[in-house]
Design a protein around this ligand. Structure first.
Ligand code: NAD
Length: 496
């Protein structure tokens, strides 16, 4: 069985641990490889490589770092199709969807190519007599990223381009479920001319993460994954004195008002609920239909679901399998629970099999109507192709429902009324808001971050917030006076 290794100090490394985890092709259900699971000593080796690389990388002129970023950007672009196929082979999403993931990751690389501009500080001349003051942004040192299975290329790319461009060195711990893409990325970094040890990959699970969180040489940790893990990573990382950003799970609502373009709303609900088989933190999992919208919208959604092309990621147009058999069974369990608790099952995706791929982890698109907030399918993040429709009598009731939800990652309103849209953007307690846009993932030059239980720590990820996260500010007050001595003054320094 092929062993997927770590990448430390510029080379693939088998590591000391004998623990491994299976990697599957979710379309066939067959194991394709095993991945080494790092033990603490493997993590120490990766961090030591990053520590060793830091002084030289930090001193490398920012324009030279920028040129490496440009070369990396060109290499990712040239290998975009290969990377998309690699993502699809281990994750299961369609190759077209994976190509979108590559493009969205590249946006952050392209943003980081502007690092000379992004690292510029402020300068104020003559704040006092012969005194100037200015700010610098300096790298932190070794920083770590811990990432989820659902975007094995894009989510790590939310982190390392900016971290590395800013002069840090990086240790990535990708998901053990789809680990190969990160190794291919490491090869592309090397080809781009990145010095050994600046970008390292340790494969693994909890023991590797725990070691990164407690390692004294790791200065900052970016985490993206489920809410319970995010909460604990944030607590542990902070307890060890690290700067931590931990992005968690979601339950994203899309409110549809009766005046909306319902054809657009139905198209958007289906695209946003079932794309990537619902395994997106920005997937729409709840449609809140206000007033008369529900009776018209639900049949329109169901009608569109009939035409979805579900199959292996390299053939199907719309939707591939789920990540593992266990996850597929968990999603099926939620659908059983929804029926037991009284939701109206409009389209049932249980038991879907694809000819020739009977062992694949497929689950069909599923639609529930008349879901209520007490039901398990409303309360939990299912992370599968299951869309719930909740009926609300009024717009205020719909907004209140979203604001009461413990998560606050993304949300959308569909309406043709500008005032209603403005009320939504003003009142809604969610970090990323779409107006007639179902998946409002910010562009690379903005920053991504939810509210409430969708994020722990004050920093959103990538964009300007990413530059803040991966640098520390220094403020300098400098005097180059005329050579006139003004005498001793023990009072607190005042300027002016
Ligand atoms: P997960 O929390 O199970 O795993 C995320 C990472 O943490 C992986 O690298 C995993 O190896 C590691 N991990 C898992 N359990 C751990 C533990 N007990 N201690 C330490 N490390 C642990 O998440 P997942 O299943 O890979 O990804 C899906 C989840 O990620 C969903 O909840 C989804 O909403 C969320 N997600 C959020 C965002 C966002 O931007 N907010 C983006 C993508 C995914």
């Amino acid at each position: 069985m092929r062993l997927i290794s770590h990448w430390i100090a510029g080379s693939p490394t088998r590591g000391k641990s004998s623990r491994t985890s299976p990697v599957y092709d979710p379309a066939t259900g067959r194991q394709t490889a095993e991945v080494g699971l790092a033990e603490p000593a493997d993590v120490d080796e990766a961090v030591a490589a990053a520590v060793a690389a830091f002084p030289t990388w930090r001193e490398t002129p920012v324009t030279r770092r920028q040129r490496i970023l440009f070369r990396f950007r060109d290499l990712v672009t040239a290998h975009a199709d290969e990377l998309a196929r690699l993502v699809s082979a281990e994750h299961g999403k369609t190759v077209g969807d994976a190509a979108g993931e590559v493009t969205r990751g590249l946006e952050v690389v392209e943003f980081a190519c502007g690092i000379p501009h992004l690292l510029k500080g402020d300068y104020s001349e003559q704040v006092s007599t012969a005194i100037d003051t200015y700010t610098l942004r300096q790298p932190l040192g070794v920083v770590a990223g811990i990432t989820p299975f659902n975007f094995p290329l894009m989510v790590p790319m939310w982190m390392y381009p900016i971290a590395i461009a800013a002069g840090n060195t990086f240790v990535l711990k990708p998901s053990e479920k789809d680990p190969s893409t990160s190794l291919r990325v490491a090869e592309l970094w090397a080809e781009a001319g990145l010095p050994d040890g600046v970008f390292n990959v340790v494969q693994g699970d909890k023991p590797a993460v725990d070691r990164l969180l407690e390692h004294p040489d790791v200065r900052a940790v970016s985490f993206v994954g489920s809410t319970p893990v995010a909460r604990s990573i944030y607590a542990t990382g902070c307890a060890h004195g690290k700067r931590v950003q931990a992005l968690g799970g979601a339950k994203n609502h899309m409110i549809v008002l009766p005046d909306a373009d319902l054809e657009l709303a139905a198209d958007s609900a289906v695209s946003a609920a079932y794309g990537s088989a619902g395994e997106r933190c920005m997937a729409i999992s709840v449609v809140v239909a206000v007033g008369s919208a529900g009776d018209r919208l639900v049949p329109m959604i169901a009608e569109r679901m009939r035409n979805l092309d579900v199959g292996p990621g390299d053939r199907a147009k719309d939707m591939g399998p789920l990540i593992t058999r266990e996850h597929r069974d968990r999603v099926a369990g939620y659908v059983d629970r929804g029926v037991e608790e009284g939701a109206e099952l409009v389209v049932d995706g249980r038991g879907l099999t694809i000819d020739g791929f009977e062992e694949g982890f497929f689950f069909g698109p599923t639609l529930f109507d008349r879901v209520t907030p007490e039901m398990t399918i409303y309360r939990d993040e299912i992370f599968g192709p299951v869309l719930s429709v909740v009926r609300a009598d009024t717009y205020d009731e719909a907004i209140e429902l979203v604001n009461r939800n413990p998560w606050g990652n993304g949300t959308a309103v569909f309406t043709n009324d500008g005032g209603a849209a403005r009320k939504f953007q003003h009142e809604i307690e969610v970090g990323m808001v779409g107006i007639n846009v179902p998946i409002p993932v910010p562009l690379g030059f903005y920053s991504f971050g939810g509210w409430k239980d969708s994020i722990f720590g004050g920093h959103a990820i990538y964009g300007p917030a990413g530059v803040d996260f991966y640098t520390r500010p220094k403020v300098v007050i400098s005097r180059w006076p005329d050579p006139v001595h003004r005498g001793v003054d023990l009072g607190f320094p005042r300027h002016g």
